[in-house]
Design a binder for this molecule. Structure first.
Ligand SMILES: [Zn+2]
Length: 417
C-alpha cells in the first residue's frame, strides 16, 4: 500500500503562498479574530478548499475555517480532524515576509540576506545537521517566517488535495479546522465543536520531523497583592512599609538555580514572574506556574507562598493575598484514555520512513484546550524550527513527510476500524 502512493511535491508552493500574507495576532485587541488581516488568509484557504471540491469549506465570522473531506470507505470509521493555526506570533514582525530557499543545503551556518546580524548557526540549531541535501526555507532576516504554523496549514491543505485526487484511497470522514489567535492563547475560544463533529483531532504544529507530542504543561497563574503602609516621606521613620520594596524582596528570594525558565528543561517545571506593578501603598506581582503534574504545580505554589510569608514577617503592618487561577492542564490526562490516537500516529510516522519520537511540550497548544473540551488532540510535527524569531526555518523535505503522515493516518484509522 505504502509504495503505491505517488506523493506530490506541492506543499512548498502552498507554504510560500501563505507566508507572505501577514496574519500577526494582537493580545491587546478584544475582537475575534484579534486582527482582521487573519481573515485574508482564512478566505484564501476556504476558497482553495472549495476549489478542491470540498463543498462545505467556509470561513466563519470569528475567523475559523472548517471543511470536510467526505469518506471513501463504507466502514464506520471515527471522524478525525487535522488542525493548524493561521496567526503568527506578536513577538516578531510578520509584515512583508520575504522567503528564501537554500537549495541542497551543504551544512554550516545560513546567512540571511536582509540583515547581516541574522545568521542561523548550525551550533545553535543542531537539527540542521540532519538537513544536509535538503531545501531549507528561511526569511531574509527582517521578519519571522511564519512556519509556525503555516507549515501545518500547507501540509493539511496538501494532504487534503492528495486525498481528494486519489479517491481509491480508503478513509473515513476527515475534518479540517484552521484557527485564529493561537499565539495569544485564544485559539479555541470561538470554535464550534458540534459543527466540527470530530471524534479525535491532531494539531500539526510540532517541531522536529518524526515527533508526536501527547503531553503539555499544566498551567496556573498566581497573583500576589501587597498592601503596604503609606506615610508622608518626611515623617515616615518607623512607620512606612513600602509595597514596591516588599514586592522586590519577594522576587529577590525566588530560587536562583532551579525552578525558572532559564534554569530548567525537559520535564522540570518553573515559577516565573511575568508582571510587576505598584506604588508605595500597593503592589502586584503576577506569576505563571508550570509543571507536568498537578502535584508539581501545588509544590511550586506552596514554595511561592512560603517565600511571601517569610518576607512579610519583616513588614508586620502590611497585608498580602495570593490568588491562584487554573489556566490549562496536561492533555495526557485525556489522551491516555484513547491510546490508539497516539499509536496510529506513531505508525503513520513510521510508514513515512521516519523514526517516531514521543515527546512532551513545554507549553500549551490549542490541542491541550481542545482535549479538555472533549476533542482529544495530540500534536504532530510540522517541521518548524526557531519559532517566533527572524531565524525561523523549515525544510521542504520535512513538510513533505508531514503531508505523508497525515495521509497515512487517514489510511490507518480506516484499516483499524
Ligand atoms: Zn504554533
Amino acid at each position: 500500500m505504502t509504495s503505491a502512493l505517488a506523493f506530490t511535491h506541492t506543499v512548498t508552493e502552498r507554504f510560500l503562498r501563505y507566508v507572505v500574507i501577514d496574519t500577526q495576532s494582537d493580545p491587546s485587541s478584544p475582537t475575534c479574530p484579534s486582527t482582521a488581516k487573519q481573515k485574508d488568509l482564512g478566505r484564501l484557504l476556504a476558497a482553495e478548499l472549495k476549489a478542491m471540491g470540498l463543498a462545505d469549506a467556509h470561513l466563519d465570522e470569528h475567523g475559523y475555517v472548517y471543511a470536510t473531506i467526505p469518506a471513501t470507505s463504507d466502514k464506520k470509521v471515527p471522524v478525525i480532524c487535522f488542525c493548524s493555526h493561521m496567526d503568527t506570533s506578536p513577538d516578531c514582525s510578520g509584515t512583508n515576509v520575504k522567503p528564501q530557499i537554500v537549495r541542497n543545503y551543504r551544512g554550516g551556518d545560513i546567512a540571511l540576506p536582509g540583515d547581516p546580524a541574522q545568521v542561523i548557526r548550525a551550533t545553535d540549531y543542531p537539527e540542521l545537521n540532519n538537513q544536509v541535501g535538503n531545501d531549507i526555507i528561511t526569511t531574509d532576516g527582517t521578519t519571522l517566517l511564519g512556519a509556525d504554523n503555516k507549515a501545518g496549514l500547507a501540509e493539511i491543505m496538501d494532504a487534503a488535495h492528495f486525498l481528494v485526487r486519489n479517491p481509491q484511497i480508503r478513509h473515513g470522514t476527515i475534518k479540517i479546522l484552521f484557527t485564529p489567535d493561537e499565539e495569544i492563547g485564544r485559539g479555541v475560544d470561538k470554535v464550534d465543536l458540534k459543527k466540527l463533529g470530530a471524534d479525535f483531532a491532531y494539531t500539526m504544529d510540532g517541531e522536529t520531523a518524526g515527533t508526536i507530542e501527547d503531553e503539555t504543561f499544566s498551567a496556573d497563574g498566581a497573583t500576589i497583592t501587597i498592601e503596604g503602609v503609606s506615610t508622608h516621606p518626611g515623617f515616615a521613620k518607623g512607620k512606612m512599609e513600602h509595597a514596591i520594596k516588599i514586592a522586590s524582596a519577594i522576587v529577590e528570594r525566588l530560587p536562583k538555580d532551579t525552578c525558572s525558565p532559564e534554569t530548567t528543561e525537559g520535564k522540570q517545571g518553573f515559577l516565573h514572574p511575568i508582571g510587576m506593578s505598584g506604588a508605595l501603598e500597593q503592589a502586584t506581582l503576577s506569576f505563571i506556574v508550570r509543571d507536568f503534574t498537578e502535584a508539581g504545580l501545588k509544590e511550586k505554589e506552596a514554595l511561592l507562598e512560603s517565600i511571601v510569608k517569610d518576607v512579610m514577617k519583616g513588614f508586620p503592618r502590611s497585608t498580602w493575598r495570593m490568588e491562584v487561577k487554573e489556566q490549562y492542564r496536561n492533555m495526557k490526562q485525556v489522551i491516555d484514555r484513547h491510546p490508539e490516537i497516539v499509536d496510529y500516529a506513531v505508525e503513520a510516522i513510521r510508514r513515512t520512513g521516519l523514526k517516531p519520537v514521543r515527546s512532551s511540550i513545554r507549553g500549551g497548544t490549542d490541542g491541550s484546550r481542545l482535549s479538555f473540551m472533549g476533542l482529544p488532540c495530540p500534536n504532530i510535527f510540522a517541521g518548524e524550527h526557531a519559532f517566533h524569531s527572524r531565524l525561523e526555518w523549515v525544510s521542504r523535505q520535512d513538510m513533505e513527510k508531514a503531508v505523508q503522515t497525515i495521509v497515512h493516518l487517514a489510511i490507518i484509522w480506516e484499516e483499524r476500524a
